[in-house]
Design a protein around this ligand. Structure first.
Ligand SMILES: Nc1ncnc2c1ncn2[C@@H]1O[C@H](COP(=O)(O)OP(=O)(O)OP(=O)(O)O)[C@@H](O)[C@H]1O
Ligand SMILES: [Mg+2]
Length: 234
């Protein structure tokens, strides 16, 4: 986002205003989100909870520029995402957002180091700077000792830590995590949660969709969804 855009913003980092999403398949329509509004500040860690099908993943995808709302606006630094061209939205995803999903989605034929390098390949940085960022990200999630291994040689918890390294290697201001501990045991889940809350401590904004009370417990506040609407925020 440009400095001008930043200057025009009123302080909140991200603002969702009356965001709705309708999925249409043939004659069928599903209203996945209905006029959702909220704001996120820099350095906030926010939980997104609600029953299966309540719209959590749909909302994360829209915040991250993976999908566009049917109506309503998402403003980042005061800039409406829906006014961005496809190319600009791609840049937004690359430079501003880091995604962590339930499954790690590492590329099986690439080493951990190569997987974490992937988001940096198009970045206008020197090869040395890219290497340095990958090294730092691997260290941050404590997976350096597995850097030259393939994902299939890692435990589930290690794979998810590598996926977190890949999500943060571009130093995103917004980290979106969709059930990031869904496939992990309690000890590995706790490590991922600790990492995510550490990113908020660095001033990044973190949104975590989760059913797990231990995950939700570390968040500053919770946006509770039900059938596509916000039923409470705390
Ligand atoms: N691509 C799609 N096409 C049609 N309907 C969809 C699509 N994706 C999601 N939906 C519908 O939108 C609603 C919200 O789905 P979403 O995946 O956002 O829920 P969720 O809260 O993430 O659920 P879960 O906890 O099970 O992951 C659901 O009714 C779902 O069936
Ligand atoms: Mg989901």
């Amino acid at each position: 986002m440009s400095e001008n855009a930043r200057a025009e913003s009123d302080g909140s980092f991200l603002k969702a205003h009356l965001v709705s999403k309708t999925y249409r398949t043939g004659a069928k329509q599903v209203l996945a989100l209905s006029e959702i509004s909220f704001e996120l500040g820099e350095g906030e860690i926010v939980g997104l909870s609600g029953p299966s099908g309540s719209g959590k993943s749909t909302l994360l995808n829209i915040l991250g520029g993976l999908d566009r709302p049917t109506s309503g606006t998402v403003l980042v630094d005061g800039v409406p995402l829906h006014e961005l061209s496809d190319d600009a939205l791609t840049l937004y995803r690359r430079q501003t957002v880091g995604f962590v999903f339930q499954a790690s989605y590492l590329v099986p034929s690439l080493t951990v180091q190569e997987n974490v390098m992937l988001p940096l390949l198009p970045a206008p940085l020197s090869p040395e700077e890219k290497e340095a960022r990958v090294t730092a990200a691997l260290e941050q999630v404590n997976i350096t000792h597995r850097a030259s291994h393939l994902p299939g040689e890692l435990s589930g918890g290690e794979q998810q830590r590598a996926a977190v390294a890949r999500a943060i290697v571009n130093q995103p201001r917004l980290i979106l995590a969709d059930e990031p501990t869904g496939e992990l045991d309690a000890a590995n889940a706790a490590r991922i949660v600790e990492l995510l809350s550490g990113f908020a401590g660095e001033g990044r904004t973190v949104v975590i969709a989760s059913h797990d009370p231990d995950v939700i417990a570390v968040t500053d506040r919770v946006i509770q969804l039900q059938a596509g609407t916000v039923v409470s925020t705390s």
